[in-house]
Ligand binder design. Structure first.
Ligand code: 13P
Ligand code: SF4
Length: 331
């Protein structure tokens, strides 16, 4: 069995790589050789963020993919991020270092059930969070991310009937801040649902001067205690611009790397998940991608993300619509 077969058959195993290799140097070489662009989400492992060409939130990743002139895109994130890039760039080879990197939120919205829900409400506009499969996007009128959901919802008339899926927490937060009454799909992210309001209260007592930064995928009881609610990029921007010097961060712990890099003089305190431990809250799917897998993926140009042409032709419209509205609004 050759190295590529091993890599594939062992399920993208790290140990197929010669340990004497300078992987970071090899990745840089391969990127150049293949004219490949490496995009990484803020929730990726630190070493992946450090080697990526761009690191950003879901909106920025889609925007960079859409604009890229590279021949190959390596999406260091989860599967739906790779799918979105592939739908936007059908002529490019799009890779995700580990295709098992799913998303519990996307999984909480099975296509058949969502399709029935949409069919039962024919007069409703369908707004879907980008954390969905390509099939769900194909049933959607406009896609949003946490970075533009409020503005995109507000771009519709106040009396527009809207279905919002799949995240119930983001949906109810947007309902609250826009005064809308969108019909919500009952989905959630297992990472953000795990944060405990009691632990947050205790941490606020311990750090009374700290600003609480929370992602809108968190439960209402968390968001009620937050000072700033926003996408990963928005939380980072707020941390940079704030006069405060300490921050309680309520989202996946990967964002701390960029926060600490950009604001070395400030203190960032991650809120641990529910339970007795003090470990940070990490997305097991995001963490599946490793430097070794990124290297193999660039070398063997595998695994590729595929979206069937019929689905892609439907899913591309709501994604383009999101990018157009975002551009108009300067987001
Ligand atoms: P962002 O929109 O901040 O990138 O959030 C993506 C995500 O998966 C949150 O869990
Ligand atoms: Fe999905 Fe949650 Fe992981 Fe984000 S953090 S990719 S929403 S499972």
């Amino acid at each position: 069995m050759n190295a590529k077969q091993k890599w594939i058959e062992k399920g993208y195993a790290d140990e197929t790589i010669d340990s004497s290799l300078d992987i970071k140097e090899e990745i840089k070489q391969l990127k150049k050789e293949k004219n490949a662009l490496v995009l990484a989400h803020y929730y990726q492992r630190e070493e992946i963020q450090d080697i990526a060409d761009y690191v950003g939130d879901s909106l920025a990743l889609a925007q960079w993919a859409a604009k890229s002139t590279a021949d190959m895109l390596v999406m260091c994130g989860v599967h739906f991020m790779g799918e979105t890039a592939k739908i936007l760039c059908p002529g490019k080879k799009v890779l995700v270092p580990d295709l098992n990197a799913g998303c519990s939120l996307a999984e909480s919205c099975p296509t058949d059930e969502f399709s029935k829900f949409v069919k039962a409400h024919p007069e409703y506009t369908v707004i879907s969070y980008v954390n969905t499969t390509a099939d769900v996007k194909a049933l959607t009128d406009v896609v949003v991310t946490s970075g533009n959901a409020k503005e995109i919802v507000e771009s519709f008339p106040k009396d527009e009937k809207i279905i919002f899926g799949p995240d119930r927490n983001l949906g109810s937060y947007i309902n609250k801040v826009t005064g809308r009454n969108m019909l919500l799909w009952n989905g959630a992210c297992h990472v953000h649902e795990q944060f405990s309001p009691d632990k947050l209260q205790a941490l606020k007592k311990a750090y009374p001067d700290a600003l609480v930064l929370a992602h809108p995928e968190c439960k209402k009881e968390i968001l009620e205690q937050a000072d700033v609610i926003g996408s990963t990029a928005a939380l980072l921007k707020n941390a940079k611009q704030s006069d405060k010097t300490s921050f309680i961060v309520v989202t996946e712990a990967g964002i701390l790397h960029e926060m600490r890099r950009q604001c070395p003089e400030k203190t960032f305190i991650p809120l641990p998940p529910e339970g007795n431990g003090h470990a940070c809250n990490e997305c097991n799917f995001m963490r599946l991608n490793t430097l070794e897998k990124l290297y193999n993926c660039l070398k063997y140009e595998y695994p590729v993300v595929e979206v069937d042409a019929q689905t892609a032709s439907k899913a591309v419209r709501p994604i383009h619509r999101m990018l157009e509205i975002s551009e108009k609004l300067g987001l």
